[in-house]
Write a protein that binds this ligand. Structure first.
Ligand code: NAD
Length: 478
């Protein structure tokens, strides 16, 4: 026992996604003596990692990958070989919300995790540290331990929880300079040795006082708590934005004023059309489910409200667009600038743009969508997707094939806005701040509307040009 604590570290990461790919690339860069293999069952994804067209867009990622790929960083579909050879196995597979059965619409679907764990147990011939990198419900480590131990044939597995806190769009910077690295493990001599082994990897570049070690359950809960707190902050400021609109207050002034309080702080207080991304909603739902299962309905309801306010914010935005445009958008062309859930990523998972576009399509608008990083196929795929209602877990009807004809994907912002009645800014891409809005105005139907769902534009400047402008949480045009 304990032979997993070895001098020569070989790492394998199962799951070459938004987390596995960048995280392992940075470990490889910062630890030249460690061989890192990132494996995935998806052949196209691995092919893309091995090509000049990486499967995800993330500023700075390409440079890091190019420096290490083929030296100490490898991308492969030979999952079993690399798992067998590694002494530290990260598991960074997807953990989406369950869509069917017990806990549907809330609980995490751990199918991918379980099959990865069973495979690790099947192929391993030497002791290993197995690291939870995916975000999982608290107590998942206990389940994983059971699966591994009952299939281990005498091999010693130590489970660690090492949740990832990177944010898409700033992943490389976040990984280079993490606020903290969190490692949870068993409080046994073997567990402590495993924690030390993983700590030694991060210590190549992360200052020691930023590496926090806890028990397994604290680490698992901390990840859910961090995402819940972040999303709650967005819903809090968005809830205030509705009150600001109703009263003539300006949410930016309010954020500025409250952010001066050092207990509140100025960051993450921008009002917007709502949060998106694959994590916030999923992880809060997961938290809600865990609270319900632990007999804590009041706590569950408290966190549920964060998602309800987020949904309300998207609905409010759609209603504002329609009501401003004389209560109908039927047949009107509306330009959608930005489809990704935030800037500097091409990721559209749970993007508020999906709900806003579907809402406008429901009122028969014609949409012309432009995003600098989201491919056309992804926009079309997303707008045909079913929406899952987690309070009433039944699938709603998919968008009918004809409604997709209501959408065209434009190749730039000027093409998207030409002849449109209104422009909706749904992602805060920097390029949208610097467009020639006079030119856009000249080529639009009149009156020309701008609905800034990210509060990135200069409202006064736009009003001077002639636009009727709606910004979240700001005084309205008379
Ligand atoms: P992703 O869907 O981009 O990547 C997961 C990958 O795992 C996919 O490529 C899939 O093919 C692969 N996979 C699934 N089962 C497999 C198996 N049995 N063997 C090999 N490969 C397998 O997901 P992601 O965004 O990287 O997220 C992964 C986890 O990290 C999730 O739990 C998520 O909640 C968490 N997380 C995500 C972020 C983020 O910003 N995306 C941040 C922090 C944490």
């Amino acid at each position: 026992p304990g032979s997993y604590v070895v001098k020569m570290v070989k790492i394998c990461c199962i799951g070459a996604g938004y987390v596995g790919g960048p995280t392992m690339a940075v470990i490889a860069l910062k630890c030249p003596s460690i061989e890192v293999a990132v494996v995935d069952i998806s052949v196209p994804r691995i092919n893309a990692w091995n090509s000049d067209q990486l499967p995800i867009y993330e500023p700075g990622l390409e440079e890091v990958v190019k420096q290490c790929r083929g030296k100490n960083l490898f991308f492969s579909t030979d999952v079993e070989k690399h798992v067998r050879e590694a002494n530290i196995v990260f598991v960074s597979v997807n953990t989406p919300t369950k869509t069917q059965g017990l806990g549907a619409g809330k609980a995490a679907d751990l199918t991918y995790w379980e099959s990865a764990a069973r495979m690790i147990a099947d192929v391993s011939k030497s002791d290993k540290i197995v690291v939870e990198k995916s975000t999982v419900p608290v107590k998942t480590a206990e389940a994983i331990e059971k699966i591994l131990m009952h299939n281990s044939r005498g091999i010693n597995f130590q489970i660690l929880s090492n949740p990832e806190f990177l944010a898409e769009g700033t992943a490389i910077n976040d990984l280079f300079k993490p606020d903290r690295v969190l490692i949870g493990g068993r409080e046994t001599p073997e567990g402590m040795k495993a924690i030390k082994a993983l700590k030694d990897v991060y210590a190549h570049w992360v200052p020691e006082d930023r590496i926090l070690c806890t028990n397994l359950w604290s680490a698992e809960v901390s990840k859910l708590a961090a995402n819940a707190f972040l999303a709650q902050r967005i819903s809090s400021v968005n809830a205030m934005s509705a009150l600001c609109e109703a009263t003539g207050a300006d949410v930016s002034q309010v954020s500025h004023a409250i952010g001066f309080d050092s207990r509140i702080g100025p960051k993450f207080l921008n009002a917007s059309v709502g949060f998106g991304g694959s994590c916030f909603q999923k992880d809060i739902l997961n938290l809600v489910y865990i609270c319900e299962c632990n007999g804590l309905p009041e706590v569950a309801n408290y966190w549920k409200q964060v998602i309800k306010v987020n949904d309300y914010q998207k609905t409010r935005f759609v209603n504002r667009v329609v009501s401003s445009m004389f209560n109908t958008v039927s047949g009107k062309k509306i330009a959608i600038l930005g489809f990704a859930f935030k800037k500097d990523t091409g990721d559209t998972r749970e993007t508020p743009a999906i709900d806003v576009c579907k809402g406008l399509m429901g009122d028969k608008a014609r949409l012309s969508i432009y995003d600098p990083q989201v491919p056309q196929e992804h926009i079309q795929r997303d707008l045909q997707m079913n929406k899952f209602d987690w309070d009433h877990p039944i699938h709603l009807q998919p968008t009918s094939p004809s409604t997709i004809n209501q959408v065209i994907v434009a190749s730039d912002a000027y093409e998207a806005t030409k002849d449109s009645h209104g422009v909706c800014i749904l992602t805060e891409w920097d390029e949208f701040k610097n467009l020639d809005y006079q030119k856009i105005y000249n080529n639009m139907q009149k009156p020309a509307f701008v609905f800034d769902g990210r509060n990135i534009l200069d409202v006064e400047k736009l009003r001077k040009i002639g636009f009727i402008v709606y910004s979240i949480g700001k005084p309205l045009d008379k």
